[in-house]
Design a protein around this ligand. Structure first.
Ligand code: 5AD
Ligand code: SF4
Length: 470
């Protein structure tokens, strides 16, 4: 069903599709696309929308880049590494594009929101055909059309990302799974953590209307989806841009009422906005999973201040205490940055101390990466690479035994698992996740994929659990 897309976009889709179908008739070979996604769930979900558009224009997904007719990179800008990888990939495609001039090469996502990155592409990677940003995904059909007509690089970016474009609200997605789905609830971020580029690329915070979110989830439930993950850069401040009072806790309450949906997850939460109302909602609402991703970034109050995080180590520990009291079995995960400018050995020890106290179930750990344009990039005391790496290793050495210790609690327990897929290494083994987000392997038939089943845990590892169906 194509709802909400403007006439112009529908026409452009029809044009591209007709052209692709015509060539398919002539050559007997379907047009194919290859997509590579960097970064967060927000980008993953954007790629699902891009796939939906491409498949409705006659393209078929392939994992063979060399053989494809349309290659697209959905980029990330949060750390330098992700950026360098994209340039590496684009460089490597110069030769393919020379051999196959009819191949269309597109780059989109956060990197393209930055003029500097666009200029690098336009000057050094002239074989890129289409460039677009994070808020005009829906225009892809028009961009392909324009490129087909002119054969000149097409650039389309909305610099300030101010509004939620209606078409994006209703853009369908080719979701990776048929039983769990990402749902955007808000876009952008107003926090300006001093290390982070996101507020400059994804623009100001905008919440979607609750009724549109609820409608989208009701439609997912009607199609048989069991789990939703509500996405936003800072979901705890959901509703602040609406004209009326509507909190994130209230949104969870509404989603909890939707028949068919069995599990509700959300990310990301900012500790400064984690309200008692939300903690109570997590405790009360049966479908909200017992897992919270609560990025701490650092355990040092001095560094937290320099990061502009607006909470202290003590505030954070108090939140954890409240959460554990309200939701006894809750799993807590986090993001930690090592080597933020000015981080001393003492500051880093505060992070280790916090990690020991919180006892996380899992953590994403990052080496601080300078992002031009952010406040931290201008800070003088950048930490040398060797020290960053050494601290990174020490942090992992403290984290991993804690992950294992937390998992030990699962031994011999029966947990509800949403079965997700067949293991890549063994076709008899399935994997799925507990409500607390633990990855669990067990033997079973692939017909169970998408179902909720009970699994008894027999073996405990640091990053996974193993068990058998009961
Ligand atoms: N360097 C390292 N890590 C960063 N993150 C964001 N910006 C940077 C940066 N400049 C991390 C934060 C955030 C996660 C998504 O990425 O930990 O929570
Ligand atoms: Fe970046 Fe901070 Fe916003 Fe998260 S809350 S996106 S880290 S600025």
């Amino acid at each position: 069903m194509v709802k909400g897309l403007s006439q112009e976009i529908l026409e452009a889709m029809a044009h591209v599709k007709a052209r692709n179908d015509f060539e398919y008739k002539q050559t007997g070979k379907k047009k194919t696309y290859f997509i590579e996604t960097y970064g967060c769930q927000m980008n993953e979900h954007d790629s699902e929308k891009i796939s939906w558009l491409l498949e409705n224009m006659g393209y078929e997904l392939t994992d063979n880049k060399e053989d494809s007719d349309f290659i697209i990179y959905n980029t990330c800008l949060v750390r330098e590494n992700a950026e360098l990888k994209v340039y590496g990939q684009l460089g490597a495609l110069k030769d393919l594009k020379r051999r196959k001039p009819e191949l269309i090469l597109a780059v989109c996502g956060c990197m393209m929101q930055r003029e500097e990155a666009r200029n690098v592409i336009l000057s050094k990677y002239k074989h890129v055909d289409i460039i677009f940003g994070t808020s005009n995904i829906h225009k892809l059909p028009q961009l392909i059309n324009r490129f087909n007509q002119t054969n000149e690089t097409v650039v389309d970016v909305v610099e300030d990302n101010k509004e939620i474009i209606d078409d994006i609200e209703v853009l369908e997605a080719n979701r990776k799974y048929s039983f769990k789905a990402f749902v955007n609830i808000m876009y952008g971020c107003n926090n300006f953590c001093s290390y982070c580029i996101v507020p400059y690329t994804r623009g100001r915070e905008r919440s979607r209307e609750p009724k549109n979110i609820i409608r989208e989830i009701e439609e997912l439930a009607a199609k048989g989806y069991k789990e939703v993950t509500l996405l936003g850069q800072n979901v705890n401040s959901y509703g602040k841009t609406l004209d009326y009072d509507f909190s994130f806790a209230k949104l969870l309450e509404e989603v909890n009422k939707i028949d068919g949906i069995e599990r509700i997850r959300f990310m990301t939460s900012h500790p400064k906005d984690l309200s008692d109302e939300l903690i109570m909602a997590m405790a009360k609402l049966d479908k909200v999973c017992e897992h919270l991703h609560l990025p701490v970034q650092s355990g040092s109050n001095r560094i937290l201040k320099a990061m502009n995080r607006k909470y202290t180590k003590e505030d954070y520990l108090l939140l954890i205490e409240k959460l554990r009291k309200a939701v006894p079995d809750i799993a807590i995960s986090t993001d930690i940055i090592v080597g933020f400018p000015g981080e001393t050995e003492e500051d880093f020890n505060e992070t280790l101390d916090l990690v020991e106290k919180v006892r996380y179930d899992s953590a994403f750990t990052f080496l601080y990466s300078i992002r031009e344009g952010t406040r931290a990039a201008k800070m003088e005391e950048q930490v040398p690479d060797e020290i960053k790496h050494e601290r990174f290793q020490r942090l992992l050495d403290v984290l991993y035994p804690i992950f294992y210790e937390n998992n030990l609690k699962y031994k011999d327990r029966v947990v509800e698992v949403l079965v997700e897929e067949v293991s890549k290494n063994n076709e008899k083994v399935l994997s799925g996740r507990s409500r607390t987000g633990k990855l669990i392997h067990f033997e079973g038939d692939k017909d169970l994929i998408g179902k909720l089943i009970d699994v008894k845990i027999t073996t405990v590892k640091t990053f996974t659990l193993e068990g058998h169906i009961i």
